[in-house]
Design a protein around this ligand. Structure first.
Ligand SMILES: Nc1ncnc2c1ncn2[C@@H]1O[C@H](COP(=O)(O)OP(=O)(O)OP(=O)(O)O)[C@@H](O)[C@H]1O
Ligand SMILES: [Mg+2]
Length: 386
């Protein structure tokens, strides 16, 4: 929302709060800030104010359309000043000429906003997606407990996918404090996310591809920064930009995360097609996972965008069965990955199991099913907010 006027921001925030499920929204107070946010966040809709000066609107509309080519423009208008104008409909007509797709009458009400979002959803993207702006699928492996197997599964799922789609899969190691993906792949990256932060002003799809390290299986890795000092330079705005660019040049973007729900992870969750919640079948982990699911619902992530993965699955005293776990979380477990020493060995030797396993082994089959699920999410075209 480009709102130079504080009143528009307040109205919009109140209207968003009144929605049953409000989409994530970002506010900018001038065009420069809006262009930056549009380029990083790749929004679906951009709301701007419609004043009487049509030239200002034209400039804003043109530049925003370049920064976020798949966004639909919506103009918020106040009919009072327009009505006093002789040709009151002129600015509206001109706005349509500038590419504005729909209008919101101020003061904005939740009902009107809800109607608008439904109209825009039904109408679909602005145009056939312009060349170079197609969106690859975005997948995150998350948990609120450490050591449950996020990195192991993210690396293996990404490798299995890359084997099917060489050079079309990017793994982003956003586990900033302690990135392990490079080690799991036996790669020594020369550049990392820290370089993306250092070059943030000239970051584009070409540079992003150059910053990634290629693995022999066809996977590209954007590695975590080498140390905590470099990690501190990576903020949510940069991650949003990296992910937006990554989706323009890869079909699949898989993200490994650190087990905290900070701004970085919430930025990621705003945009994901699917979040894989990883857990093991121990009571304390499931207790935590139940809490995480509540939080995800509060963040507006619909159940269709969540997959529950029971990893390191083992039977034994104090361990719950798949059914017990499902009852505990009040939804079925989508994927089950057995506990296996082979997986631990493969992690330690930097040879991902998914690349060596035959489909006949239970572990190999489980990892391929995980890759199938990512592939299926991409072909279903699950989009954020759906
Ligand atoms: N299915 C499995 N069977 C056996 N061991 C596993 C399995 N999955 C993961 N592990 C082991 O569990 C340990 C933790 O895995 P991993 O580092 O992937 O967890 P994580 O959730 O990424 O941890 P962190 O929260 O610290 O990032 C590793 O030693 C890994 O080899
Ligand atoms: Mg990890």
């Amino acid at each position: 929302v480009l709102a130079a006027d504080g009143a528009l921001r307040d109205e919009m925030e109140a209207a968003l709060r009144g929605l049953r499920q409000s989409p994530p929204a970002y506010f900018a107070s001038d065009l420069r800030e809006a262009l930056q946010a549009a380029a990083s966040r790749d929004p679906q809709w951009i709301v701007l104010e419609l004043g009487t000066d049509v030239r200002l609107l034209r400039t804003a509309a043109q530049e925003l359309a370049l920064a976020a080519p798949s966004a639909s423009l919506v103009a918020a208008w106040n009919d009072e000043p327009l009505a006093s104008d002789v040709a009151s409909s002129a600015p509206l007509i001109e706005a349509v000429r500038c590419g504005v797709r729909d209008f919101l009458r101020r003061p904005i009400s939740s009902t009107e906003l809800d109607d608008l979002l439904q109209r825009l959803d039904r109408a679909g993207p602005r145009t056939a997606v312009p060349p170079g702006t197609a969106r690859g699928g975005l997948y995150a492996f998350i948990s609120n407990k450490g050591g449950v197997g996020k990195s192991t599964l993210a690396v293996n799922a990404a490798c299995a996918l890359a084997r099917r789609h060489p050079q079309r899969v990017l793994l982003v190691d956003a586990s900033l404090q302690l990135g392990v993906c490079a080690a799991m792949l036996d790669l020594q990256p020369r550049t990392t996310l820290a370089d993306a932060a250092a070059e943030r002003d000239r970051l584009d799809t070409t540079l992003l591809r150059q910053l990634a390290s290629a693995h022999r299986c066809g996977l590209d890795l954007l590695a975590a920064p080498p140390d905590a000092v470099a990690a501190a330079r990576i903020d949510d705005e940069l991650l949003a930009r990296v992910l937006t660019l990554a989706r323009r040049c890869y079909d699949y973007v898989v993200v490994d995360t650190f087990p905290v729900l900070d701004r970085l992870v919430t930025t990621l969750l705003d945009a994901v097609d699917r979040a894989y919640v990883v857990m093991d079948n121990l009571v304390p982990t499931l207790l935590g996972a139940a809490r995480l699911l509540t939080l995800l619902a509060e963040l507006g992530l619909s159940p269709q965008r969540i997959r529950l993965v029971l990893n390191r699955y083992r039977r034994g005293a104090g361990r719950l069965s798949r059914i017990d776990a499902a009852n505990y979380l009040q939804r079925p477990i989508d994927l089950l990955v057995p506990s296996s020493e082979r997986l631990v060995q493969s992690v330690n030797t930097g040879q991902p199991y998914a690349l060596s396993a035959g489909r006949w082994r239970a572990l190999g089959r489980a990892l391929q099913r995980l890759a199938d699920d990512l592939e299926q999410a991409a072909s279903a075209g699950a989009s954020p907010g759906s």
